[in-house]
Design a protein around this ligand. Structure first.
Ligand SMILES: [Zn+2]
Length: 242
């Protein structure tokens, strides 16, 4: 029914509506759908222009009516809809509810491993700062402006970092606030913990898995950033399986 890049599950409905609209503009393509009559056609070849006995005066030399009312068309629509219901995988942006974020945290933290801790830090940091995936994975220590951190006697009130988004046209300044009322959801605390655990002092904040296991590369700051395909895979897994 459709090919090319149309992957929306609304395609069948849109296609049917478009066909229906096309048909209503013309009398011969409106109303009930009727096939051509083979007897009328063979009579026509013999010179009889008024049609067969059954359709005399109203010859059916060609198909007429609205094709979307055709039983075969409707059967195909049904098959397509069933196929979509069984096979369609949504690729739109997914929004998580706070409860889902908590479930993801409860899943990731107990693993007590660097990769799981890094993933949780990336997610929480991205969520609180409203960042795109590519902005998170390419975040560097150098984007944090130490001079502008608010460090109190007993706690750190906020960090400060820049981000250069797709439509920003230059560095934008963002403040990363602590959340003392909900410390387990404080991305500031998680980022500080992550820096401490990973030992990263420069370069990408979230390294590739290969470099994450190599302390000397991490210390040198020459590590690669976490891979885009990996983070998409992680998010899909967390969304559907956790
Ligand atoms: Zn006929």
């Amino acid at each position: 029914m459709s090919c090319g890049s149309w992957t929306s599950k609304q395609t069948v409905a849109i296609y049917s509506a478009a066909l229906n609209k096309l048909h209503t503009n013309n009398d011969s393509t409106s109303g009930e759908y009727e096939e051509e009559c083979p007897t009328c056609l063979s009579e026509k070849e013999k010179g009889e222009k008024l049609g067969c006995t059954l359709n005399h005066g109203n010859p059916k030399f060609r198909r007429r009516g609205n094709v979307t009312k055709n039983k075969r068309f409707q059967a195909q629509v049904k098959i397509a809809k069933k196929h979509i219901a069984n096979n369609y995988v949504s690729r739109k942006t997914q929004a998580w509810f706070p409860g889902e974020i908590r479930s993801i945290r409860s899943y990731l933290i107990p693993h007590n491993s660097l990769p799981h801790t890094m993933l949780w830090t990336m997610l929480l940091f991205g969520i609180t700062q409203g960042l795109r995936i590519d902005e998170i994975i390419t975040m560097t220590v150098e984007q944090f402006l130490f001079k502008l951190f608010a460090i109190k006697d007993t706690h750190i009130q906020n960090l400060y970092h820049t981000v250069n988004g797709k439509t920003d046209g230059g560095d934008q300044d963002l403040v990363l606030w602590d959340d003392s009322y909900c410390p387990d959801m404080s991305s500031l605390r998680m980022v500080l913990l992550w820096v401490r655990l990973s030992g990263i002092k420069s370069g990408y904040l979230f390294p590739s898995l290969e470099h994450l296991s190599d302390r000397s590369v991490l210390a040198s700051g020459k590590h690669d950033h976490y891979c885009y395909a990996n983070v998409l895979k992680d998010i899909k897994f967390l969304h559907y399986d956790v």
